[in-house]
Design a protein around this ligand. Structure first.
Ligand code: ADP
Ligand code: MG
Length: 557
């Protein structure tokens, strides 16, 4: 009697590619380092921009999140860096390059230990506690700008915005834009909705021609004959916001009417005219001087309003109409029956103005005051696009600072200070953890080092000076001086960053590093790979796109 041969255990489908163990951790770390290397040189005021060319066109950017998104990274581990850059962008709006650099540096510091056979969980545990200590330290060092007068606050916020803008393409005009951003943010007060600040781009002119409207502005919509006769300026007009069509509809496509007597035909035509005239009458009777609609306002209506000295615009975008509604206090109507005074909005000045080659409808001095529009001018399209992204960063920063109102010194000062703090703490630890906390502390120095490298300074020299300064009393605020290549008191020079940017960056970077260190196996299923390929080819349509996304999400966890 012989036992049947032991069956071979088949766990994974044929063709499945697995890699595991220490080698896998090391290779993941290398991939992340490679990704960080691509954005490394964009950090700081002397950072370089990247030109990314893909099927959708050319983008020039200095923004970490934008670059990472456009790079279209496929390595599953390196994708985590893309995710943290994205989340940093949506959470705080700045510090996207910082977070990627920090995460990669944390991993790079851990790499020799992993190669030497240290168990990853020892490193992870130390990193987590070091990360928490670092965040505590940032909170301790943060300086509040609360309790200052409005003027003082404004100038402090403008300095914050200027720091953000100083690393961007529009840095030449940073003071100009910084004060514009601060005015815009203070205008919307504590409202959470970001879309209350509109940014309109008009190519042409110089950056200095950009201006801020404390209210709403949008490009003149398509208009019919008769429009020229309408008045183009009002003081304190009543504004009617509509979501209906004011157009004579010829219903011959939509309806079928059978007539037995040809004479009846005229009555049908008359009925159509009566309906539209009735609508128009009601608009006029409401007392509104400006009629805006999300849908079309036809030639008949345009002429009708022109005869009665009323301004009208049709096909206003949904977004602009919403902003008009919150700015002017009007409510968007879906019917012209019973338009009472309460639903009409108002503003101090309405004007149609020429901006570059475009005509703009501008509503300023709105009663609720809770909207602002920045009209951005400048040369090339790519330039304006990048300017918009930069302003977005600055707006986010000022909003955060208004809400949290604590700042820390930038230019690597805060990073050096935390690093020193952690090194001191490490000395009190007995055991292996000491080494890992030290590595974490060392990794934080990547920020000032990179700032120096990007500006062409001798990083080793500057870092030595910084370490010495921070070790002494009263040197906590010293960072890289981007103008001279030495060191300077960042706080005194108003190189400030909101504390939340740093806190969020350290937190996210630590988490990402720990996550990648804890992954020691990647399983690549050949089937799902090709399914993803199909989905991409289909342009991510419907179920295919969903499947692709689900697959990626699964593998990360
Ligand atoms: P991120 O995408 O991380 O915000 P940036 O390119 O905006 O990257 O660079 C931010 C870094 O540059 C911060 O560490 C900030 O402190 C530093 N920085 C900004 N302005 C200055 C300056 N004038 N002098 C020195 N460092 C600066
Ligand atoms: Mg920045």
């Amino acid at each position: 009697f012989r036992f049947p041969q032991q069956p071979q255990i088949i766990l994974l489908k044929e063709g499945t590619d697995t890699s595991q163990g220490r080698a896998q951790v090391v290779s993941n770390i290398s991939a992340c380092t490679a990704v960080a290397d691509t954005v490394r040189t964009t950090l700081g005021p002397r950072g370089m921009d990247k030109l990314i060319h893909d099927d959708k066109g050319t983008t020039i950017s200095n923004d970490g999140a934008t670059i990472m998104r456009l790079l279209d990274i496929v390595h599953p581990a390196a994708k985590i860096l893309v995710d943290i850059a994205k989340s940093q962008d949506s959470e705080v709006g700045d510090g996207t390059t910082t977070v990627v650099l920090l995460a990669a540096e944390f991993m790079k510091e851990a790499k020799p230990y992993v190669e030497d056979g240290v168990h990853c969980h020892n490193i992870i545990r130390s990193y987590r506690s070091a990360g928490n200590m670092a965040i505590e330290r940032v909170k301790e060092l943060a300086v509040s700008i609360e309790g200052k007068s409005l003027e003082e606050k404004k100038s402090l916020l403008a300095k914050c915005a200027a720091t953000t803008l100083s690393s961007k393409l529009i840095s030449g005009e940073k003071e100009f834009f910084a004060s514009m951003v601060v005015d815009a943010v203070l205008a919307i007060g504590h409202d959470d909705r970001l879309n209350l600040i509109g940014i309109k781009k008009v190519p042409g002119g110089t950056m200095r021609d950009s201006f801020l409207v404390n209210g709403v502005a949008f490009k003149k919509t398509f208009s019919y004959a008769g429009f020229e006769q309408q008045p183009k300026k009002f003081l304190n007009p009543k504004i009617l916001l509509l979501n209906i069509e004011l157009e004579l509809k010829s219903e011959k496509e939509n309806a079928e009417i059978r007539l037995s007597d040809p004479l009846q035909y005229q009555s049908i035509v008359d009925a159509e005219w009566n309906i539209i005239y009735d609508k128009l009458d009601k608009c006029v009777q409401s007392g509104a001087k400006i009629v805006l609609s999300r849908l079309a306002i036809g030639d008949l209506a345009t002429q009708y309003f022109a005869d009665r000295d009323i301004f009208c615009a049709g096909r206003v975008t949904e977004e602009d109409l919403q902003r008009l509604s919150s700015a002017t206090g009007g409510t968007v109507q879906t019917s012209v029956n019973n338009v009472i005074d309460e639903v009409l909005g108002t503003c101090e000045i309405f004007e149609e103005k020429q901006v570059g080659n475009e005509r703009f409808n501008i509503f300023s001095g709105c009663p609720s005051g809770q909207t602002a529009t920045i009209v951005l001018r400048g040369g090339a399209d790519q330039f304006i696009e990048e300017a918009e992204r930069s302003l977005h960063d600055a707006i986010m920063i000022v909003r955060r600072a208004v809400r949290n109102s604590t700042v820390v010194p930038g230019g690597g000062a805060i990073d050096m200070e935390i690093s020193k703090h952690l090194r001191l703490h490490a000395r009190s630890i007995a055991g292996k953890s000491q080494v890992f906390v030290n590595s974490f502390a060392k990794a934080l120095e990547v920020i000032p080092r990179q700032l120096c490298d990007n500006a062409g300074f001798d990083a080793t020299d500057v870092l030595n000076k910084l370490r010495q300064k921070h070790a002494a009393d009263g040197g906590a605020n010293y960072g890289v001086d981007i103008n001279t290549g030495g060191i300077a008191d960042s706080f005194a020079n108003f190189v400030w960053e909101p504390a939340v940017v740093k806190i969020n960056a350290i937190n996210a970077a630590t988490e990402a590093a720990c996550l990648i260190l804890s992954v020691d196996e990647t399983v690549k299923n050949p089937k799902s790979e090709s399914a993803q390929g199909d989905a991409a080819a289909m342009g991510g349509r419907g179920g295919g796109g969903m499947r692709g996304r689900g697959g990626r999400g699964m593998r990360r966890r």
